[in-house]
Design a protein. Structure first.
Length: 146
């Protein structure tokens, strides 16, 4: 598993992949985007039946700068696609394969939290040395503290 260092970023904005929010992010200089680590929550893109276009648009806006992807918890946004990507089978393989398309989404696929979870309780999936199919949960692995 790749390890990602969060300590090089002073700013962690949480944004959604709405057109207006991505447009605002796009207006920042690339140097400004590279100095932050945004968490971009994927939602339904207009006239789309999956989260692919939303993730592609996030990658276009970030222009190679690092970011994290998350999946909306709003059940009105493509519930079937959400269910497939949230499937815990084989260590959340569907989600890991989905985010692997965007290597600049450096920390995507490592953070897992239930809806309305406090930041201090966010857990990181760490594959067990003997089996990559069953994640273990260790808050310290993310560098998350109270």
């Amino acid at each position: 598993m790749n390890h990602f260092r969060f300590d090089g970023y002073p700013y962690f904005p949480a944004l959604r992949t709405r057109s207006s929010e991505l447009k605002g992010l796009q207006h920042l200089a690339i140097e400004q985007r590279a100095a932050m680590l945004p968490l971009l929550t994927l939602g339904r893109w207009p006239r789309s039946n999956d989260f692919l276009r939303s993730a592609e648009r996030a990658a276009e806006v970030m222009q190679g700068a690092p970011y994290c992807l998350d999946l909306t918890h709003d059940g009105n946004h493509l519930p079937e696609a959400q269910q497939q990507l949230r499937n815990p089978a084989r260590g959340y393989e569907a989600w890991r394969q989905f985010v692997a398309r965007w290597p600049q989404a450096s920390c995507s696929g490592t953070l897992h939290a239930a809806p309305r979870t406090k930041a201090s309780k966010v857990m990181c999936a760490q594959p067990k040395p003997s089996s990559a199919q069953t994640p273990t949960w260790a808050p310290a692995a993310c560098g998350v503290s109270k």
